[in-house]
Design a protein around this ligand. Structure first.
Ligand SMILES: [Zn+2]
Length: 373
């Protein structure tokens, strides 16, 4: 079943009524983060007067966190999980709900990635695999006042994750065209989802960045809090939601996570946001796709333009801005190829490696050409 999108009123007045309509039972486990999202979870709990609510704050998605949460679900006869937060809370709750065979509702507090509505759980630091396919949420609660108030660094990370769909989807089409795609879904479904969900998401966000640039805001700080910014956040949210829906349809992240995600997975800088890393890696991958496939643009985008778009929103476009060494980025690209093989995802890196030598020196030149180093 695909997640339902439910609009929540400004003062959370319809949270309880909307949850009741879903008929999930009356015992809920709210999984939230340890800092900001804790306060939002508190307000939601108050708005759920008729429910018996247990709260759990999580810091990371470790096997231990998940087993602790599972225990809470079992001991308290929990009917459903409600994730309140960004990446960590959603992933922890998604995994717990999946393992406990309970439904999940998500209340995202930041539009920071496309895992909001997807069945995928990212497992940072679990060595491998890098993600697993659980079940998508039953419903996603959309509350614009909360999203528009999210820290800007989370919002811009969401932009990075949405723009990464250009390269990820091109990688998928390349795999389909060369008959190297190992997915369960049919070629027709994969192609349709790539266009309808992933490429459209990237295009929605691109349009929003163009609007930001056309409106001539001097800098991001003067733009925050304005109606223009709220529209941006809202459209970004819908783009990320749609991308997650696409993943739920094909039960895989293929087309939403390609070579750029593989490189990002290989980067050790865990203090940086997922969206920042995938966005940076998408610059050289877009360049490779353009040059190896002889295409001026990839779904209307080129590496120089994406670089400008990322930069004007304050996302890193150089290795230095990500605070890593040149050699770390070179190694991440090389490791990205291996991660792709492990994930059985054919990408532009495989295509390149079949024709040219993919080694330290060639990666160095690619990164230099695209001004990452
Ligand atoms: Zn992603």
């Amino acid at each position: 079943m695909l997640p339902k999108l439910i609009k929540i009123g400004n003062s959370l007045e319809n949270v309880e009524e909307e949850l009741e309509k879903l008929s999930l039972g009356n015992k809920a486990l709210i999984v939230h983060g340890k800092t900001q999202t804790c306060k939002i979870a508190e307000k939601i709990k108050r708005a759920m007067g008729n429910y018996k609510v247990i709260e759990a704050g999580v810091e990371k998605v470790s096997p231990q966190t998940v087993s602790t949460l599972q225990k809470v679900v079992k001991e308290n006869n929990i009917d459903f999980c409600l994730a309140v937060g960004g990446g960590t809370s959603i992933d922890a709750a998604k995994y717990t709900a999946y393992e406990s065979k309970k439904p999940l509702v998500v209340f995202p507090t930041a539009p920071s990635h496309d895992g909001i509505a997807s069945p995928n759980v990212s497992l940072k630091g679990w060595m491998k695999p890098y993600s697993l396919v659980a079940t998508p949420p039953i419903a996603v609660l959309y509350h614009l006042p909360t999203l528009a108030n999210a820290p800007y660094e989370l919002v811009r990370a969401g932009v990075g994750d949405a723009l990464a769909k250009y390269t990820a989807s091109r990688d998928l089409l390349l795999a389909l065209d060369t008959h190297k795609c190992e997915e369960d879904a049919s070629y027709e479904d994969l192609r349709a989802v790539a266009y309808e969900h992933f490429i459209t998401s990237a295009k929605i966000v691109t349009k929003e960045i163009e609007r930001f640039r056309e409106e001539g805001w001097e800098d991001v700080s003067s733009w925050l809090g304005t109606d223009s910014y709220k529209t941006f956040v809202s459209n970004l949210f819908f783009a990320l939601f749609s991308s997650g829906l696409g993943m739920a349809k094909i039960n895989s992240s293929v087309g939403a996570s390609g070579s750029e995600h593989n490189i990002a997975h290989a980067l050790q800088c865990n203090n940086r946001k997922h969206g920042e890393k995938v966005a940076l890696a998408s610059i050289p991958m877009l360049y490779l796709q353009q040059s190896c496939l002889n295409e001026d643009k990839i779904f209307g985008m080129d590496w120089k333009t994406i670089r400008e778009h990322l930069s004007c929103l304050g996302l890193p476009t150089t290795v230095k801005e990500l605070s890593i060494k040149d050699s770390e980025m070179v190694n991440a690209v090389l490791k990205g190829l291996q991660i792709g093989k492990m994930r059985k995802r054919y990408t532009i890196l495989d295509f390149y490696a079949e024709k040219e030598k993919l080694n330290e020196s060639s990666v160095y030149s690619i990164l230099k050409e695209t001004k990452l180093i």
